[in-house]
Design a protein. Structure first.
Length: 598
């Protein structure tokens, strides 16, 4: 398997030049976050990933986590890596300083998480879920709950999980049956079973804090009757000293297509009289609270898509540069060449590279919006950034993960027949990436969230605001004489028009026939991702062209960025017209066939 090297140059470019670190740094609590600090953090993260996490990635794939008598043993080296990870303070990077965190913004923390996921996604799933628990309890936990749980979760001494799914309740959480019975001392006893619980049991830490959706005895039916509970593996006192084992146990772990090192658990609550749980907030408000964690996780999973795309690209590129096969096209004699000289291999590598860069730009843009939505001193700015974040979240999750699967599949294709052989490592990236389009809400669920809650419900206001910014970008592109920029401008204008027309159609049809917009929801999500990604690549090209004209910075990097942006414009943006047609004209054929005729 090839070595992993964090793409630090592109990360710095997106953070500092494209998204704009300076805007986040103007927020008072982030005033000390400088480009020099970001460079240092990213470099150290890249070093830790390359030296500690990446070498374990293949180990985890071939030596999956195992369950024996209720205890899970993670792959060789994983427990030690986790201890090194937390000892170095990485778990607390974006944590609240009140609970021992370092308080860095998401525009720094999310790129660092990309590094972890590229190096070893199965490992990174554990701290990713812990950060989601931290976010939910920071916003909705009581002062006593925060004091008891947040310091140890922030440090990583304890980890956290999210317990939603049950055998009969996947995406339909209204079917949740886990019961929570109130007790005289103010606690609850929980009874039920949860499935697909990532790191629901492991050997990294002594304690695991589960956030569990359940129903109280008098709760109304449906999602209105769901409450949220803290259910720790071990009960503890106010100082974190562990006491009795709680009545929660791992009864099995799933045998999965990928991410083998990550234990996906079936957890049983209450087999020995009831698992002690603590109500978060108010009864029957659990789904609203859980969405705090789910939205955080959805951004995290979208970032996993970026990370897996980067890893698959690096692996394919390394192979293409060393695999000798055939002569260069048109040459009748001479030495055989490495396959990177063949045009179709170049096409695949450029597709992987350009899409990954666009995905990274989109994910980091969402990270910046998250920082400003939570911390900007101006309430009007907070509201605008929150609206942008709400719009971007399903696109980052859905589009970045769908493209990651495609990119990982291209990585296998670059390897040819060797890509189908497990020992080359290309197949693992495909298998690991495949789950990202499913968990934390499938692509279809993300698409429905986008078209109903984020576009139709506000009659396209935020979408149109973003498109207006893209139209403003057109004037900037028009003022640049670079040939690459001119080609990008033409394609972006057509793509923007396609999304504008699809948005108007969606707004017009939503109230008349929701089945029609549901039929076109996934094409609309993909259309949004391509246009937003293309706009960011166009902005990147504009920056690169200006830097080259001024003779500033790394000329090789900026020339490559220009080429990547043009490739995206020539090969990806033209898909916009076809996707828009699917949105506006495809519903009838999608819905016409009677179910019995399938």
């Amino acid at each position: 398997m090839s070595d992993y090297a964090a793409p630090l140059a592109d990360m710095r470019f997106v953070i500092q030049e494209l998204v704009g670190l300076d805007e986040v740094a103007r927020v008072p609590q982030f005033s000390e976050v400088t480009p020099e600090l970001v460079d240092q953090v990213l470099a150290e993260a890249g070093k830790f990933a390359a030296e500690v996490l990446a070498p374990l990635n293949r180990v985890g794939d071939t030596h999956p986590s195992r369950l024996h008598e209720g205890a899970v043993t993670t792959p060789p080296g994983f427990k030690d890596a986790y201890q090194r990870f937390t000892a170095a303070g990485w778990n607390a990077l974006a944590g609240d300083p009140r609970f021992g965190g370092q308080g860095l913004p998401q525009i720094v923390a999310m790129p660092v998480a990309e590094i972890w996921n590229s190096a070893n996604m199965a490992f990174c799933l554990c701290p990713m879920l812990t950060t989601g628990v931290l976010e939910a309890l920071k916003r909705q936990g009581s002062a006593e709950q925060q004091a008891r749980f947040l310091p140890l979760l922030t440090s990583g001494e304890w980890t956290g999980t999210m317990n939603l799914t049950e055998p009969q309740a996947g995406s339909d959480l209204s079917a949740v049956r886990t019961r929570a019975v109130p007790q005289p001392d103010g606690t609850y006893k929980l009874f039920g079973q949860k499935i697909f619980i990532t790191y629901g049991e492991h050997d990294f830490t002594d304690n695991i804090v589960h956030l569990v959706l359940a129903r109280t005895p008098d709760a109304p039916e449906g999602t209105r009757g769901i409450s949220l509970f803290i259910v720790p593996k071990y009960l503890s006192d106010d100082h974190g000293k562990l006491g009795a084992r709680n009545d929660v146990s791992c009864v099995s772990i799933e045998h999965k297509m990928g991410i083998h090192a990550s234990p996906t658990c079936v957890l049983a609550y209450g087999d020995q009289g009831g698992a002690t749980g603590y109500l978060v907030g108010e009864e029957n408000e659990g789904l609203r609270y859980m969405f705090i964690m789910m939205n955080h996780a959805r951004l995290g999973v979208g970032l996993e898509g970026v990370a897996m795309a980067e890893r698959a690209y690096q692996h394919a590129l390394a192979y293409a540069k060393q695999r000798v096969q055939g002569r260069e096209l048109g040459a009748k004699s001479g030495d055989r060449v490495t396959i990177i000289h063949h045009p179709d291999v170049r096409r695949m590598l450029m597709s992987m590279k350009a899409q990954t860069e666009a995905m990274r730009a989109l994910a980091y843009t969402a990270a910046g919006a998250l920082d400003l939505a939570n911390h900007h001193p101006d309430p009007t700015q907070r509201a605008q950034q929150q609206a942008l974040l709400d719009l971007l979240t399903p696109i980052v999750k859905g589009w970045c993960t769908e493209q990651a699967v495609e990119i990982a599949s291209l990585g296998v294709q670059v390897h040819g027949g060797m890509g189908f052989i497990e020992e080359t490592g290309a197949a693992q990236f495909y298998r690991d990436a495949r789950i990202t389009t499913i968990y934390e809400g499938t692509t279809g669920i993300q698409a429905m969230d986008l078209v109903t809650r984020k576009v139709a419900a506000e009659r396209g206001a935020t979408m149109r605001a973003v498109l207006a910014q893209t139209a403003g970008l057109d004037n900037m592109l028009a003022g640049n004489s670079d040939a690459e920029v001119a080609a990008i401008r033409a394609r972006l204008a057509l793509a923007r028009q396609a999304l504008e027309e699809a948005t108007q159609w969606l707004v017009d049809v939503a109230a008349k026939d929701p089945r029609q917009i549901a039929a076109g929801a996934v094409p609309f999500l993909k259309l949004s991702g391509i246009v937003f990604g293309g706009a960011l690549m166009a902005r990147a090209a504009l920056i690169a062209a200006k830097r080259l004209a001024a003779g500033e910075g790394d000329s090789d990097f900026y020339r490559a960025k220009l080429v990547s942006a043009r490739f995206f414009a020539e090969h990806l943006l033209p898909q916009s017209a076809a996707l828009a047609h699917s949105v506006t004209h495809g519903a009838e054929a999608t819905l016409a066939l009677d179910a019995a005729l399938f």
